[in-house]
Write a protein that binds this ligand. Sequence first.
Ligand SMILES: Nc1nc2c(ncn2[C@@H]2O[C@H](COP(=O)(O)OP(=O)(O)OP(=O)(O)O)[C@@H](O)[C@H]2O)c(=O)[nH]1
Ligand SMILES: [Mg+2]
Length: 300
Amino acid sequence: MKDGFRCGYVALVGKPNTGKSTLMNALVGEKLSITAHRPQTTRHQILGIKTGEAYQCIFVDTPGIHDNNNKAIHRYMSRAATSMFDDADLICVLLDISHFNQDDEKILRRIGGYDNVLIVVNKVDQLSRADCLPLLQRISQQAPNLECVPVSALSGDNLERLEQLIVARLPVGVPHFPDDQLTDKSMRFISAEIVREKLFRALQQELPYSITVSIDHYIEEADITRISATIWVERKSQKAIVIGKSGSQLKKIGSLARADIERLLDSRVYLQLWVKIRADWADDEQSLAAFGYSDGTPGL
Ligand SMILES: Nc1nc2c(ncn2[C@@H]2O[C@H](COP(=O)(O)OP(=O)(O)OP(=O)(O)O)[C@@H](O)[C@H]2O)c(=O)[nH]1
Ligand SMILES: [Mg+2]
């Protein structure tokens, strides 16, 4: 190991939909965390580990910080969104420059007491340079002591610079993970998340929020991986929508998810999907624990 090797936890926090998961995937160079155009896609803390010659960055993707704590799942997500504040070596607060508002300002005030914070202003590709500048000034005024880095997680713009700034802020120390390990999550967990991503992207309105996915079996054979997953909904009417006319929706979800899992595993995949009902699972502590939404649960 090199002298002066740096290693630390880098929490990616912020309002929902600011691009935290997109940024983590871009920095690690692998799609580990699911993304969608709607808020509250990420539900768990997910590690993305990047090891270089002289550093190991352990990124922690988190759910968006939100005030909706109506159901037990929202309270679980809220804890996962903010519990890294005290434990991270560096907190990266993500802002979406095209939707900067009072909720971001509230987060900036909350983070004001921490000294190891970087502000990452994402989605700069959405605005012209002339429109970006006054917004960047406004953000800097809100947090005068913090460094502000404009980036685009989607196009990759300025990510090298961001990585340099992050690494420079990590403590000197030995790596916590083997250099070929990319995440703390299992392929079972990531497969279930990929199915959930396809549902999040395909289904309208509130339905994606009533859905969770569990893995029934995951069997690796010599030339194929066989996965059986259950999509859990809260009501009968929702089951019909997920399945679609003559099973068309479910078939589409299955083939999109299979293609992504095959890419990640670099192996052929046989993916079987079932749809089942568990009434009000999202507000029931026992169901949540069974589906992996409990503090300290490493995932499915
Ligand atoms: N134009 C543009 N879109 C982006 C950028 N980064 C992320 N997005 C898009 O923003 C949406 C939200 O991205 P996510 O990465 O899922 O956001 P998130 O902060 O993880 O969201 P939650 O998990 O819901 O809190 C997706 O449609 C992304 O493609 C960017 O730099 N530019
Ligand atoms: Mg996310």
